[in-house]
Design a protein. Structure first.
Lengths: 201, 201
């Protein structure tokens, strides 16, 4: 048995996404071996993130409090007057937003859903920000892009959101399907190939 | 681009063993979403581990300072008078020691090498506690068990240690090789099968 305080930290690291007890124990020994300076830097960075980061009151994206000088409560994207307020792109999580931003193709705003609907009945829409999304529809929005993952859960959530948003009358679109760039035709699954044929141009 | 303080923490988590930037960013958002209580518990556990854990002056195993009431500087295993001081089991790292302890078969002491020799010339024995191991040989030790991983680096280190310890005249052994329990013969590699044949009983 590891000493008690090591066991405690292994247990807490085991709650981190994708981490099991084996990797968690490697983390603990990594931190035990780290020089004081590195360890203190790590603890400070943890504290800073909790102190300095807020969630945007419109889209739930993270932003640095210090950079929001007008105290708008909005993230750097929602604060940007040049972004097209008629477009709203719904994503599951923050890293999906980052991936779309990197393309530099999209100039509207986002909405972070915070999850997807499970495909089992009991994991219903309580996991996602459905109510908040409906509230956003009151604004100038003309098109909603549902940019969710092409997985079973993502598809289920798209169907759910389409029903939810239909009464508002905005145009609703999804991301295009097809072959991923750099991918090979012979390894593509049937559904992807079917979508690629349908979406040909 | 993520806000600066998020980027900083992603960078620090990326230095953790086995972690890349993608998982690191999932860690950051996991911590941002955690309730205050959980977050504070995590930071406290980090601080406690650094404050309360020391390395054994004999075997380099970790121990809780508060439990070493005689201030021996020794871990709970080395402090245990019932352990056989004639046996020394050399392991690469602390989790290997834990794995052996779980068998409840070994009643001697350990020595944590802190690494293995690389197979390239320039990664020489400077990574491992070779000098410290030699120093331990002055005591009552009669048998040294080299319990290193059966990998190329582990083998290279075993050969190196055999040469290093030969002048002391103690018996040197290695862990037995063979089929892992629950493993299947048809999937075993040639070397393992050869070892299993040699080690038959």
């Amino acid at each position: 048995m590891y000493p008690r305080s090591i066991q405690k930290l292994i247990e807490l690291f085991s709650h981190f996404p994708t981490i099991g007890p084996r990797t968690a124990s490697r983390f603990v020994f990594y931190l035990l071996k780290a020089p004081d300076k590195e360890f203190d830097e790590f603890v400070e960075a943890l504290r800073n993130v909790r102190r300095d980061i807020r969630q945007c009151s419109f889209c739930f994206n993270s932003f640095e409090v210090a950079e929001d000088q007008g105290q708008t409560g909005l993230c750097v994207i929602c604060r940007d007057g040049t972004r097209d307020k008629a477009l709203l792109c719904v994503v599951e999580k923050e890293s999906d937003l980052e991936a779309l931003e990197k393309t530099k193709q999209y100039r509207g705003r986002y909405f972070i859903l915070g999850g997807v609907n499970g495909i089992l009945k009991k994991e219903g829409p309580q996991n996602i920000r459905a109510k908040e999304l409906k509230d956003r529809m009151a604004g100038e929005i003309q098109e909603v892009i549902l940019a969710l993952n092409p997985t079973t859960e993502g598809e289920a959530t798209v169907l759910y959101l389409e029903r939810l948003l239909k009464p508002f009358g905005e145009k609703i679109s999804r991301l295009g399907r097809g072959l991923p760039v750099g991918g090979e035709l012979e390894y593509a699954d049937e559904e992807t190939l079917r979508s690629a044929l349908e979406g040909r141009k």
